[in-house]
Ligand binder design. Structure first.
Ligand code: 6PG
Length: 241
């Protein structure tokens, strides 16, 4: 598999291109199977991507939505990744509620992670020890090169067996629930949206520094031969060109 990079003029153009890619990948999956699975990340960058997804005439009835990660807050909290997606995508696109598999992040973090993992095991009908294969995973990139809620130095970056976990993020002084690397690397297709000048150093390290995912978690997937497409804007790609 190969890694592609698309450099767009600005964050909205990159977000829209990423949205179009997600829809194309889901369409292709639905040509082959009854339902498709998409796991989305949160943060600020995906907002125009969600809006673009909702704007397109797309049959969400056959798509099941999961989260790559979630803040340990209730769904109505302004920090909630679910809340952002609900506002900009789930509600406007009328994604059927039974297709939405949110993290119950209002629960204690460990319990939320266990319940989320159980939901994934049940949906994918996983045999013990096996990992889900999402048709499409959307990841972001933090200014510190974190992806999902796998922050630099997180021991679970070495994990390849687990599905989901609660992680304490010291720099944020907050709990997160996140999919683990084995699941991220098992995706049929990965799209990464990274925009804004504040991501330029992280992108340079991801693509130009030695491969060390513990230091630059965004590198996960770059050397494992997975199908990965990066959507960045010129400001974020400043040190790549
Ligand atoms: C989250 C995300 C996280 C995000 C990066 C980038 O919960 O924050 O899932 O991994 O992709 O932090 O966030 P921004 O888009 O806000 O820069």
């Amino acid at each position: 598999m190969s890694v592609h990079r698309k450099i767009c003029p600005d964050p909205v153009a990159a977000a829209r291109a990423c949205a179009q890619e997600i829809l194309a990948l889901l369409d292709a999956a639905l040509d082959q199977q009854n339902t498709a699975t998409l796991a989305i990340s949160g943060g600020r960058s995906p907002a125009p991507m969600f809006e673009e997804l909702a704007r397109q005439r797309f049959d969400w009835d056959r798509v099941h939505l999961f989260w790559v990660d979630e803040r340990a807050v209730p769904p109505a909290d302004p920090q909630s990744n679910y809340r952002l997606a609900h506002e900009l995508l789930l509600a406007p696109a009328q994604v059927p509620p039974q297709n939405v598999h949110r993290v119950e992040a209002e629960l204690p973090p460990g319990e939320a992670a266990r319940r989320y993992e159980a939901e994934i095991r049940s949906f994918f009908r996983l045999a013990p020890g096996s990992l889900p294969q999402f048709d499409v995973i959307h990841r972001g990139l933090g200014a510190d090169a974190h992806t999902a809620s796998l922050f630099p130095g997180e021991p679970l970056i070495d994990d390849r067996e687990g599905i989901a976990a609660a992680v304490w993020v010291e720099k944020l002084f907050a709990w997160r629930i996140t999919l683990l690397p084995g699941v991220l690397l098992n995706a049929r297709h990965t799209v990464v949206l990274a925009t804004g000048a504040d991501k330029a150093v992280a992108l340079r390290n991801v693509f130009l520094a030695p491969y060390e995912p513990k230091q630059f978690p965004g590198q996960l997937g770059l050397r494992e031969g997975i199908a990965m497409k990066w959507f960045v804007d010129q400001a974020a790609a400043r040190w790549l060109e």
